[in-house]
Design a protein around this ligand. Sequence first.
Ligand SMILES: *Cc1c(COP(=O)(O)O)cnc(C)c1O
Length: 321
Amino acid sequence: MTTPLERSTTWPYEDGEPGAFTYARFSSPTVAEAERRLGELDGGEALLFASGTAASTAIVLALLEPGQTVALAAGAYYGTGVMLDELARWGVRHVEFDQTGPPPNDVDLIWLEAPSNPFLTMPDFEAACAHPALVVCDATAATPLNVRPLDHGCDVVVHSATKYLAGHDDALVGAVVTRNTEIAARLREHRTRTGCVCAPDVAWLLLRGLQTLEVRLARQTASARAIVERLRDHPAVERVRYPGFGALLSFDVVDANAARRVETGTRLIANMTSLGGVRSRIEARSRWEGDRVSPGLLRLSVGLEDPDALWADLEQALARA
Ligand SMILES: *Cc1c(COP(=O)(O)O)cnc(C)c1O
């Protein structure tokens, strides 16, 4: 049986008193059920937000004050730096650091990404968690099946559940997971006060996606591994980045023109953004990230298609590089 989709935004009081659910901005049954399932996967209390970026923004606004500083992993998801630039107007500063080593002193929150998108580096959890600051880890590209940051000592995990967790490119949703009850209460209060909760329909799609997460990820990972091996031997490929698990990888061809020819030359693999869906997609990241990435960097998110057909498609596109 599937979890019912409950679209009500309000529920009657019970004997004149608010019951478990009162108004959907606070919480609602389908959202709460998706939070329960995701919380189990990550080993903490989960809260859903309107997007991964809304979840990240809530962490900063709810847990920091003007004048405080975030140490952001260099090469982390481009949008996280953009969000922090936006919040700089409100007095929250950020500096970048190499997450494979210790974070800088005198920061109030450390932002890791496991693995970073699109560089695929892993953080040094031990070094980050030895720091007195709060430690947040964006584990979107790993999913809780590969990395559970709370088990490594992080205070908060953030996910763009839009990606692998929902998995079908039809739900924009974010999540925060923590074992710290004060942080969970503060984030819940912030979410209710600012109204950035996710909608019940989206929570239902997330529940549906979670049911197949394990089999999707297993097949996507097996295909990604096979592609990584072949890319490493391909003469047009200068460098392959892959953390050893999961279905996200990036590789470099010689320059921006070659990258453009490859991304526009695939047929089965869509030329589009995002990651973690059942359909494979490739994109030159320099269109978004400028000089931060090498001009020939292509990010590939491997989907559920036949692995031989995926390689055949990539190979014919690489012949144009
Ligand atoms: C996509 C993504 C985000 C942002 O999530 P949205 O749901 O698009 O707001 C954050 N972190 C990583 C690693 C992502 O890939």
